[in-house]
Design a protein. Structure first.
Length: 392
C-alpha cells in the first residue's frame, strides 16, 4: 500500500531519510503521523526511525543535537528545523512500569515495531510512501479497532500509561478497544498507580476533549481505571453522568474540568491539586464551577467576579449540563457590565489619598464599595461622582 506524503511536514523530512539511506541504512516515518495521515487527520510532529545508530547519524549529518541519545534519539538540524531520528531498539526491565531499564539498539525494523503500543501505531512508511505493516495495523485502521501489539499484558507491564492511552485514543479517534486488549486493561488497571499523576491527567484531559468522549469514559469505567486515579473512584455516579452528556465535543480543558467537578461534586481546589493541574487552570475552573451554580439568576457582581474567561467556560459547561440552556442573555449581561475589572474603575487609592483619605483598611473598603456600586449600576464610572460618593 502507498500513502500520500504530500503534507509539508513529510516533504521537509524526506531529504533526511534519503541521506540516511544513501549512507547504507534504513529510515522510515513511524508513529502517530503515519496513523493520522492514513485516517485523513491533521499531521503534527513526524517521527523518523532508522537502523543507523546514534553515532552513525551524527556522522551522516553535520548539525545534530543529542536530545535523547541514551534512548537512541538524535535531533538532526536541517534548513532551520529540527527532526528527531531514533534508532531501532528493543527494551527490557520496566521496574517503574513506565520507562525501560535497558535499551538495546538493533538493526531490525520488526523488532522496533514489536515494542510499540497498538497496531495502528506500529506502521512504518518509506520515503516513497510504501507502508510497512507487520502487525495488521492497516486492517485495524479499517475496522477502527485499538489492539495491543502482541501480548497486551506485556505491553501494559512495560508502560502502564498505555492503558490510559487506549481510552484516550478511543475517545480521540472514535475507535473501539478490542476485547482482549480491554480485558488486559482491566486485569492490569492497578498498575496505573505506578504512573505520575501529571501523565495520567494529560491523557484524561485529552480523553475528555475527544470526539467519542462517552465511549472512552465507558471503557475507563468498565475496566476499573477510574478506581486508580485521584478522587474520582469514589464518584462513579458522576463519571457515569459525564459519559451521558450530549455528544458535542468539548473544546477546552477548563470546560472539561468544570464538568468533572460539577457532576462528581468534588471541590475544585482539592480535585485540581490531587491531579497536579496548573494553578491558572485550577483558578479558572474554580470560578467557572462556582458561577455554574449561580446561572439560574446571576447577579452583576457574580458575573463581574467570575471574569470573562470563567463566564465563557461556565456557559459552555452549562450547555452540556442543561441541554435547553441558552446563555446568550447571560453573555450579553456580562458584556454590558459598566466595568470588567478594577483597573477600569475611574478612581484608585492614590486619588482618594489626595482627597484626604488615610492609607489602610478603610481606604480599601471604600474602593470596594465604589467598585460594587459601579458594577451594580448604582453609580456612574466617573471620577468626580465617585470621589463625591466616597466623601459622604
Amino acid at each position: 500500500m502507498q500513502i500520500d506524503l504530500s503534507h509539508p511536514d513529510f516533504q521537509a523530512a524526506i531529504p533526511i531519510m534519503k541521506q540516511i539511506e544513501a549512507a547504507g541504512y534504513e529510515a522510515y516515518f513511524v508513529g502517530g503521523s503515519v496513523r493520522d495521515a492514513l485516517l485523513g487527520l491533521p499531521i503534527h510532529d513526524v517521527d523518523i526511525a532508522s537502523s543507523a545508530y546514534p553515532a552513525e547519524i551524527k556522522r551522516i549529518f553535520r548539525k545534530t543535537v543529542d536530545t535523547g541519545i541514551q534512548h537512541g534519539t538524535v535531533m538532526v538540524l536541517w534548513h532551520g528545523a529540527g527532526y528527531e531520528v531514533t534508532t531501532f531498539r528493543t527494551e527490557s526491565g520496566y521496574q517503574d512500569f513506565r520507562r525501560p531499564d535497558h535499551v538495546t539498539f538493533v538493526r531490525s525494523l520488526e523488532e522496533d515495531l514489536r515494542r510499540r503500543d497498538f497496531t495502528v501505531n506500529a506502521l512504518a512508511v518509506r520515503h516513497d510512501g510504501t507502508v510497512i505493516d507487520l502487525f495488521d495495523g492497516l486492517a485495524d485502521l479499517d475496522r477502527r479497532v485499538l489492539r495491543a501489539v502482541g501480548d497486551a499484558h506485556a505491553r501494559f507491564h512495560e508502560d502502564a500509561l498505555r492503558m490510559m492511552r487506549a481510552v484516550r485514543f478511543q475517545s480521540q479517534l472514535g475507535f473501539a478497544v478490542e476485547p482482549a486488549t480491554q480485558a488486559a486493561i482491566q486485569a492490569n488497571a492497578a498498575l496505573l498507580e505506578k504512573i505520575s499523576v501529571e501523565r495520567i491527567a494529560a491523557e484524561f484531559t485529552r480523553l475528555m476533549l475527544g470526539q467519542a468522549r462517552a465511549a472512552g469514559l465507558q471503557t475507563f469505567l468498565a475496566t476499573g481505571l477510574d478506581t486508580h486515579v485521584p478522587l474520582l473512584g469514589a464518584h462513579r455516579a458522576g463519571l457515569v453522568a459525564l459519559a451521558a452528556l450530549p455528544p458535542a465535543q468539548i473544546t477546552a480543558p477548563a470546560v472539561a474540568w468544570t464538568l468533572v467537578a460539577t457532576l462528581c461534586q468534588v471541590p475544585v481546589h482539592p480535585l485540581m491539586t490531587a491531579w497536579k493541574q496548573a494553578n491558572a487552570l485550577a483558578e479558572l475552573t474554580q470560578r467557572a464551577t462556582q458561577l455554574c451554580a449561580q446561572l439560574a439568576a446571576p447577579t452583576a457582581w457574580q458575573l463581574y467576579q467570575a471574569g470573562e474567561a470563567a463566564v465563557r467556560v461556565a456557559l459552555a459547561a452549562q450547555a452540556y449540563l442543561v441541554p435547553a440552556f441558552d446563555g446568550h442573555a447571560i453573555a450579553a449581561a456580562y458584556d454590558a457590565l459598566p466595568i470588567h475589572s478594577k483597573r477600569e474603575l475611574a478612581i484608585n487609592g492614590a486619588a482618594l489619598i489626595q482627597q484626604g483619605f488615610t492609607p489602610g483598611p478603610q481606604l480599601g473598603e471604600t474602593l470596594q464599595a465604589l467598585e460594587a456600586a459601579v458594577v451594580a449600576g448604582e453609580l456612574p464610572n466617573e471620577r468626580e461622582q465617585l470621589i463625591a460618593a466616597a466623601m459622604v
